[in-house]
Write a protein that binds this ligand. Sequence first.
Ligand code: PEP
Length: 267
Amino acid sequence: MKKTLWLFGNWKMNHGPAAAEKFFSEWKQLRQQPFAAGIQVTLFVPAVSLAAARDAAAKFDSAVRIGAQNAHWEKSGAFTGELSGPLLQEIGVRDVLIGHSERRQFFGETNESVRKRTEGLLEQGFRVTLCIGENRAEREAGKTKQILLEQLGAVFTSSAGNEPAVCSRYLDQRLLIAYEPVWAIGTGLTATPAQAQEAHSWIREFLAEKCGKDAAAKTPILYGGSVNPGNVETLMSQQDIDGALVGGASLKPADWNSLVLGASKVL
Ligand code: PEP
């Protein structure tokens, strides 16, 4: 039994404002009862849909949060195409997804830029979901653990050799880690529950080593990669899996509603 389950959806480059409103009105028809206690839902939507999704979510259930899919570490400036913390705060957005593999793969995001975004946004008061994960070649070469530790290590660094600032200041459930094997994202291939649990246990060990056991135990670690209503319960029952980051199955209200219901069985 778990006390809290973090169910996060990533709409990627789908659902404009009208589609966002439609999503929530259809979900309202489908949902028969409020979420089980302990369910935390956030949907990361395209920038242009943030305000519409925020309003529709507030009418649907004030517990549903709306987040941005990326944001810059600087508060303002000459960064064409980027969103900043203050711009998001102005419209009431408090969640940001950082380091998604599609940003790393297609838009040149590096461990260093991911660190800057994570630190900058945590500093500005956001809740950050930091994505990490190995690609297929890295898994096949037996390098999964090494890659995860490198990606985490880039964020949990301390120039002074002390405990990294992230530990003492942000491991209060304001930093969540999403383990997303790149080969499982949008492919229909899911990590087996054992593969996912193993990776999550490495992440938990890393956090314990850097920040202590308490902080590690409190940090939500989400699994992402072709999670759907049929596999969510088994994945969520793994000891170190505290939630899911879901792409495709978060786009249709019927799938998303069944996924939330399925996951709720582990609470
Ligand atoms: C994602 O976009 O983070 C993701 C996990 O996508 P999917 O669920 O479609 O694999």
